[in-house]
Design a protein around this ligand. Structure first.
Ligand code: ADP
Length: 719
């Protein structure tokens, strides 16, 4: 009997076996419909084997589906990614099939010549049709237009049996990019980087690179040139460019369209299902060279993936934390390895992991040393708030206000950066001291004045701002505590009533289109003061912007997170890097209560190496990433007893292992979310320990009850 292993969308660690009934032929990668209880599910075959004897308990594959089989390497990647992240391979496979949610488009009806048949009676109109058609197949109306005849002429030829109608499944093709369409003259650093990347791709072996250059040094221009060279050498090559955020995709797509004279495909959660189907089918058919997307684009079934670019590779948004837990950058490197492709990790502030790999010689290290053209990096200075504290309930110090005034006088633009959405991060009752939280959740409600609501940024819960304290009932006692971007905008408006202000955050720019509108308004000089969260900190180009004020440079440094320093350094480098990109020099002022902090000192000195060296030394001392590895197990449940028991069972079942420690169980950083309590166990291991093997052995020893949810986070981003 023939048996197939099939990945189906269930949270189980293995493929399911099904009998392959006689008339059905399947191979690895084929899509099939299989029964599960009363349902039929779409699955992917990973293996087909002959078994002796019969296994009556096996159900049979219902049907082989018409959709194209996944390429072998795509299946390899899915299996590898599932093993690496300890996720269910069937659920990983579903991400690769996301383009198929929409039904297949109706096949296209075309006419073509029936071989050996000529019209009994020839007319000029008929001759024109046959000449226009040649030996191709063409939709009837298009043919009529091309030949300049009425549709009756074509119908007559069909009735006579000279032409026939055929149905062709329409796979859209994307216009091929033209490598020479609008080439830029590269500077020597850029040219060297582009050559190295293109040479790497030409080897057809896995070639990883770090493309390291300050903001505005022309990294994008350099990797696009590598794309051009690759396409000139291999017109079938497929290239994937990953961005951390959807808001950034539109700008890059336009830039690529201008560079290559062809619009690339776009892939992220904001793309509508019919368009997704089109991209998916074109990608698997090899009829699409360039895809720009978010991390989920990694799971597209590329026919011939030759180059993957991860732009802003350090960005935390590449880590997906709900549903499947994975790091897009790490999986991009893995995908390139499996495909024998080249991967480029680009950043002005690479992650310590990537820098370490470059230091070790595992990644080629391509450096762009200066900003392109005349632009220089902004001059960064610290404002010591201990010397010039703002007034009560104000956030902009006198030196920052003065700098803003001078900038506005020169008709230049100001960006105030504060990585906090809304008006105030906390709402407090003056009468009883109660801080408002979302129901059954540990996180504070954030006041939003634009909408008049209190919002939980963790769960999305929101409510109108109440008149009375929900705890003690006191009237008019609720006060906002601390600043968010809306509150800073209010202050800027009252200081500069004639300035045009705007807020840029995920609230005011929730989607690509609204983000684009704000970016364009800023680029066109229609905004004088932009108050922004990290949503505007990266990637954009504002020629008139010459002053960046960081409202609270200490914000990310509080709290004991592993990456607090790294993330703050990256974020503030990106934010301050927005200033002075064109011909006017820029300035950045960082407000801080701790100007002696090494991260801020390194920023002010523009000394990334010093920061990296100090931070690496600390990580090495503690054997933390990149010198060791981490994994987190998060347990959550509405039932505190079950949670407690499971946590204890896990703690008692820890397998013996060397050079590895387990910490906890302890309350997770957010110990209560939507009524679910959360506990965490943390594993630290030396780099050469088989961490996944340890986790698998461990989890196999414990039965987790249905009332408890267990999620595994390998290489957690924060802890
Ligand atoms: P990065 O990706 O490093 O931030 P970009 O590639 O976006 O840098 O380049 C910054 C700016 O400089 C862009 O406006 C880009 O068009 C321009 N630029 C970069 N390299 C060149 C070049 N070789 N010739 C002309 N303009 C360039």
């Amino acid at each position: 009997m023939k048996v197939a292993s099939v990945l189906i969308p269930l949270p189980v660690p293995e493929a399911f076996d099904y009998e392959v009934p006689g008339p059905i032929e399947v191979v690895r990668g084929d899509q099939v419909a299989v029964p599960l209880g009363p349902r039929l599910l779409r699955g992917v075959v990973t293996e087909v084997r002959e078994t002796t004897g019969s296994n009556r308990r096996l159900k049979a594959i219902e049907a082989a589906l018409d959709d194209p089989p996944l390429p072998d390497r795509t299946v390899d990647f899915i299996e590898w990614a599932a093993r690496w992240t300890l996720s269910a391979p069937g659920e990983m496979a579903q991400t690769a099939l996301k383009g198929l949610r929409n039904p297949a488009p109706r096949p296209e009806r075309r006419v073509r010549r029936v071989e050996g048949r000529s019209p009994a009676r020839s007319t000029p109109a008929r001759e024109a049709v046959l000449a226009a058609l040649g030996d191709r197949s063409t939709p009837g109306p298009q043919l009529a237009r091309a030949a300049g005849v009425s549709s009756g002429v074509i119908k007559g030829l069909i009735d006579e049996g000279v032409l026939e109608v055929v149905e062709i499944a329409a796979v859209a093709a994307f216009d091929p990019p033209r490598p020479d369409h609008a080439r830029a003259d590269l500077n020597p650093d850029q040219a060297a980087a582009a050559t190295a990347i293109a040479d790497g791709a030409a080897t057809k072996a896995f070639s990883p690179f770090l493309l390291d250059g300050v903001t505005g040094s022309g990294k994008t221009e350099a990797y696009l040139e590598a794309v051009a060279r690759l396409l000139a050498a291999e017109p079938d090559a497929q290239i994937l460019i990953l961005l951390p955020e959807i808001a950034l995709t539109q700008a890059l797509i336009e830039r690529i369209a201008a560079r290559f004279g062809a619009t690339p495909a776009e892939w992220h959660s904001g793309v509508a299902p019919p368009a997704r189907r089109k991209v998916w089918e074109a990608v698997i058919a090899g009829r699409c060279n360039l895809v720009v997307g978010a991390r989920s684009a990694l799971f597209l079934p590329f026919a011939n993936l030759r180059l993957v670019v991860v732009d802003e590779e350090h960005d935390a948004s590449f880590k997906q934390e709900d549903g499947l837990v994975y790091h897009g950058r790490d999986l991009a490197v893995a995908r390139a390895r499996i495909e024998g492709a080249t991967v480029v990790l680009a950043s002005a502030t690479p992650s310590l992991e990537t820098l370490w790999n470059a230091h070790q010689g595992r990644y080629g290290w391509l450096k762009l040393k200066a900003r392109h053209g005349a632009a220089v990096l902004p001059d960064i200075a610290l404002i010591d708030l201990r010397q010039t504290p703002p007034e009560r309930d104000q956030w902009l110090s006198a030196p920052l206000r003065e700098a803003m005034a001078r900038t506005l006088e020169r008709r230049e633009q100001v960006l105030l950066f504060l990585n906090r959405r809304g008006y105030a991060p906390v709402v407090l009752c003056r009468a009883c001291g109660h801080r408002l939280t979302a129901p059954d959740t540990d996180s504070w409600l954030v006041e939003h004045r634009y909408t008049g609501r209190l919002v939980c940024h963790l769960t999305g819960f929101s409510m109108p701002r109440p008149k009375a304290c929900p705890h003690c009932g006191a009237e008019d006692s609720l006060v906002p505590v601390g600043p968010g971007v809306e509150r800073v905008e209010e202050e800027a408006k009252s200081l500069f009533p004639h300035a045009r202000t705007a807020v840029f955050s995920s609230d005011t720019a929730p989607d690509g289109r609204s983000a684009r509108a704000l970016i364009e308004a800023m680029a066109a000089g229609e905004i004088d003061i932009l108050v922004a969260t990290q949503a505007a900190a990266k990637g954009h180009n504002f020629p008139g912007l010459t002053l960046v004020g960081v409202v609270d440079a200490d914000l990310g440094l509080r709290g004991g997170d592993l990456r607090a320093a790294e993330r703050t350094f990256q974020l503030l480098t990106q934010a301050t890097g927005r200033a002075g990109r064109a011909d006017r020099p820029g300035r950045a002022l960082l407000q801080t209560w701790t100007p002696e902090h090494p991260v801020l000192q390194a920023l002010a000195a523009g000394d990334r190496d010093a920061f990296v060296e100090a931070e690496m030394a600390e990580r090495e001392l503690a054997s933390l990433p990149p010198f060791g590895r981490l994994a987190a197990l998060i347990l959550s449940s509405e039932n505190p007893d079950a949670l407690e028991k499971t946590a204890r069972a896990l703690a008692e079942a820890i397998p013996n292992a060397e050079r590895l420690e387990v910490y906890g169980p302890a309350d997770a950083p957010l110990a209560l979310v939507r009524g679910r309590r959360r506990k965490r166990l943390l594993v630290r291991a030396d780099r050469d320990v088989d961490l996944q093997g340890f986790l698998r052995a461990w989890l196999a020893r414990v039965k987790v009850p249905g009332s408890v949810r267990l999620s595994v986070d390998v290489d957690p981003y924060s802890f």
